[in-house]
Design a protein around this ligand. Structure first.
Ligand code: PGA
Length: 249
């Protein structure tokens, strides 16, 4: 427990493919107002690329940081439709989600591709959030641990100076957007497994977020677990009231 308290909690909102200039302005104004009252956690909002500049100007001077939901595996060049890590850094985007299960599932992102994206993010000075998680089928087959270890394997031999900058999010695919959150004990077990894969000397500094149907009414129980350092929140991050309630938990 003492070690847990050394890691400041981190709450990351993932808007996914939602938003509009007008709707965002209102949501961001509410978040800014609510976050003003010295929350005990760091806040990040990850929006679609086209709105990142809007976030940068609306959130200027606030304690809320900006993140993207994906990044190219290439540094620059003829990759139509892609956005590079250095472009994100250029517009004050500090964070990026990498390997979200919706990217792995709908865009066939492999562990190798996810690792290449992670590399780009680190090289550009972004803080990457590496998402891992098992599908419902894998969960039912009892192979969660081996799936998670495989998803982490690509990066585990990277230098400590890289691993220190990575944040991991455990998001069981069966819990995303389903209203079916993992129980605090189920999540804790996997979080402890993830921490155990990290090199001993820096394992205590690794932030591991839980994601999958986090809401105001289940956040406090999840955050009470020793290896859960915050959350990656989808649906509930689209409502300022809910997001701030989770932050207060
Ligand atoms: P959810 O999504 O909170 O809507 O379940 C979480 C995520 O996909 O990051």
């Amino acid at each position: 427990m003492a070690v847990h308290s050394l890691r400041k909690r981190l709450l990351v909102g993932n808007w996914k493919m939602h938003g509009s200039l007008q709707g965002n302005a209102q949501l961001l104004a509410e978040l800014k107002q609510g976050a003003g009252s010295a929350l005990a956690c760091d806040l990040v909002v990850c929006a679609p690329y086209v709105y990142l500049s809007q976030l940068a100007s609306c959130l200027k001077g606030s304690a809320i940081a900006i993140g993207a939901q994906d990044v190219s595996a290439h540094a620059q060049g003829a990759y139509t439709g892609e956005v590079s890590a250095s472009m994100l850094a250029d517009i004050q985007c500090a964070w990026v989600i990498v390997g979200h299960s919706e990217r792995r599932q709908y865009h066939a992102e492999s562990n190798q591709l996810v690792a290449a994206k992670l590399r780009q993010a680190l090289d550009a000075g972004l803080k990457p959030i590496l998402c891992v998680g098992e599908t419902q089928q894998e969960h039912e087959a009892g192979v969660t641990h081996s799936v998670i270890i495989e998803q982490l394997r690509c990066v585990l031999d990277w230098p400590l100076s890289d691993l220190q900058k990575i944040c991991v999010a455990y998001e069981p695919v069966w819990a995303i957007g389903t209203g079916l959150s993992a129980t605090p004990d189920q999540a804790q077990e996997v979080h402890a497994l993830i921490r155990a894969q990290w090199p001993d000397s820096i394992a205590h500094t690794l932030h591991i977020l839980y994601g999958g149907s986090v809401k105001p009414d289940n956040a406090a129980d999840l955050f009470a677990m020793p290896d859960i350092d915050g959350a990656l929140v989808g649906g509930a991050s689209l409502h300022a009231h809910d997001f701030l309630h989770i932050a207060a938990a």
